[in-house]
Design a protein around this ligand. Structure first.
Ligand SMILES: [Zn+2]
Ligand SMILES: [Zn+2]
Ligand SMILES: [Zn+2]
Length: 560
């Protein structure tokens, strides 16, 4: 395996890996990548490690959860069976157990330290075993076919060659671990893990054959294993390249080493999103990506404030972000030296807008009564007004929670519903940023990340207590904030619209206005989730089907 095979693998998919002065390397589009398409799939180097708290909820082999298996997300009636030896890992079928047993489970089933919460131990052990089996020729592609092919099929690459594990391993070997700049205490911890894993592997039954295909005795086995330094290198690579694997609802449940996916750089305004079908990763285009444009995913939540985001990127991934939101080096220097500053434009405005720690009366923190008063003023928009992209709105003279919500929802939702181009949408968004910057606002500032956090937790409380009318108002406000901060087809936005639609539907006091808006929110959820979750038959698409089924129910009510 070599660079040329990787080049070809990317080329077929309309991608090219080019070197970059600042970022080391980057993936750019070599042809137009359509919005909602799977840019590339990425397979794990070894079976991903399910979080200990989630082991009884997912099949370790195919990752199906108890609920998903029946195609009904709310039902919970399928039992997973656990391995009768260790009683720690769960499987949905005999087939899945056999795949796991042959592939990896038999080597770790009788591990003494099964209850370790640090996932690095197991990840390291499994990666070492995967790499060894590849090198000594005992790994067969066909053994993974059962669990990978259905997911890889959704990629819609037709007859295209899927990713051989040897390519996965080659790309892993090229990933940066940044050992030199890693904290000494972290390196010491890695050394400890590496030493333990090495000892455990030596005493395990897992055969290290090396390239000579001979059965080594114990001393030889030791010499065939990677050195402690090599293992520390692996751990450093995990640290800045591994992914948290999530389900269709975006709940994380496992950690995986997915080297192809790790080739994509970060942006705080990404044009692609990481999704999963079982344990296979899909990189999906959130917008049309033009030839020559870099394909970026996001390593952090886009709703996190600037400083927190940048600190995380610096500490965990060792880089200074130069994305459209963070600005280029020159702009960042200007900011630090307070030299003559050019006024910010475009996405650069966003972080100034959402900055602010204060919430509650006189910044003294929030309580239910105060929050209720704040959100009660929000007026549920009429569904009709969201269906047609009209002329630009006159902004309110003062931005309050209510006027902000109305202004953003009426300005942006119609553009998504009518499928406006990315350019048109972004231009409108920039106008909104400038308006928010220049319009006086009520105190505390209604559109900060602090307000978003408080509103979200109050929204969940209201849903729990079935206070549908108030929940619907807060949910509409949160949608406005999301549209201001996240890319329009971000799955988080789509999932929120679905929750909001359910709340509106339940709000009987709202009458038909509420029902009509519920229908509009379902359309919005569908339009967004079709991009992020796809439409082909798959675990993710089941969510889109659920939205459509709910729409039918609401339509019946509207017709009657
Ligand atoms: Zn299974
Ligand atoms: Zn077991
Ligand atoms: Zn950034």
């Amino acid at each position: 395996m070599s660079a040329s095979i990787l080049k070809q693998h990317l080329e077929i998919r309309g991608l090219e890996l080019v070197s970059d002065q600042h970022k080391h390397r980057k993936v750019v589009a070599s042809r137009l990548l359509k919005k909602g398409s799977v840019v590339i799939t990425s397979r794990p180097l070894c079976n991903p490690v399910i979080f200990p708290t989630h082991r009884s909820l997912h099949c370790e082999t195919c990752f199906k959860s108890k609920a998903q298996q029946t195609g009904n997300i709310s039902s919970n009636d399928i039992e997973l069976e656990r391995c009768s030896v260790c009683k720690k890992r769960y499987y949905c079928s005999r087939d899945c157990f056999t795949v796991a047993w042959k592939g990896w489970h038999r080597w770790i089933c009788t591990d003494k330290n099964k209850d370790r919460t640090d996932l690095d131990f197991e990840m390291l052990k499994m990666v070492v075993m995967s790499v060894e089996r590849l090198r000594n020729g005992s790994y067969k592609e066909s053994e993974d076919a059962y669990t990978l092919s259905p997911a890889l099929a959704v990629a819609d690459f037709g007859e295209m060659e899927s990713e051989p594990l040897a390519l996965t391993e080659y790309v892993f070997s090229t990933l940066m671990g940044h050992e030199v700049v890693t904290e000494p205490t972290l390196l010491a911890k890695y050394k400890e893990i590496a030493t333990t894993v090495r000892e455990e592997l030596i005493s395990s039954k897992f055969p290290f054959k090396g390239r000579q295909q001979q059965q080594p005795d114990d001393t030889k086995k030791e010499s065939l294993l990677p050195s402690i330094m090599e293992l520390v290198q692996y751990l450093c690579r995990f640290h800045c390249n591994n992914f948290s694997i999530h389900d269709p609802q975006l709940f994380t449940m496992a950690e995986g080493t997915l080297p192809i996916g790790a080739l994509f750089n970060h942006s705080c305004r990404p044009n692609a999103i990481v999704m999963y079908e079982g344990k296979v990763q899909l990189i999906k285009a959130l917008e049309d990506i033009e030839v020559g444009e870099e394909v970026c995913t996001s390593y952090v939540d886009n709703g996190v404030p600037r400083e927190e985001r940048r600190q995380l990127l610096r500490e965990k991934y060792f880089f200074e972000c130069l994305c459209p939101r963070c600005g280029d080096q020159q702009q960042q220097q200007q900011q630090q030296t307070a030299a003559v500053q050019e006024p910010k434009t475009g996405f650069r405005i966003l972080d100034d807008l959402i900055e602010g720690e204060q919430d509650g009366p006189d910044g003294k923190g929030v309580n239910g009564e105060w929050l209720t008063k704040q959100f009660d003023a929000i007026i549920i928009p009429g569904a009709r007004s969201l269906q047609i992209a009209g002329p630009r709105l006159q902004p309110p003279s003062v931005m309050t929670r209510a006027s902000f919500t109305s202004y953003i929802i009426h300005s942006l939702v119609p553009l998504i519903q009518t499928g406006a181009s990315q350019q048109e949408y972004t231009e409108r968004l920039f106008e909104i940023y400038e308006t928010l910057q220049s319009t006086p606002h009520s105190e505390p500032k209604p559109f900060t990340t602090t307000v978003m956090t408080n509103a979200t937790s109050f929204f969940n409380t209201c849903l729990e207590h079935q206070s549908w009318a108030l929940a619907s108002k807060i949910g509409t406000f949160i949608l406005a904030l999301y549209l201001m901060i996240y890319p329009r087809h971000h799955p988080l936005v789509g999932l929120h619209c679905f929750t909001l639609a359910k709340s509106l539907w339940n709000d009987v006091e709202g009458g038909m206005t509420s029902v009509r808006l519920s229908h509009e929110m379902l359309k919005l959820a569908r339009n967004i989730l079709q991009v992020s979750h796809g439409v082909k038959s798959s675990g993710n698409a089941a969510l889109v089907m659920e939205v459509m089924a709910f729409m039918k129910t609401v339509e019946k009510e509207l017709d009657s």
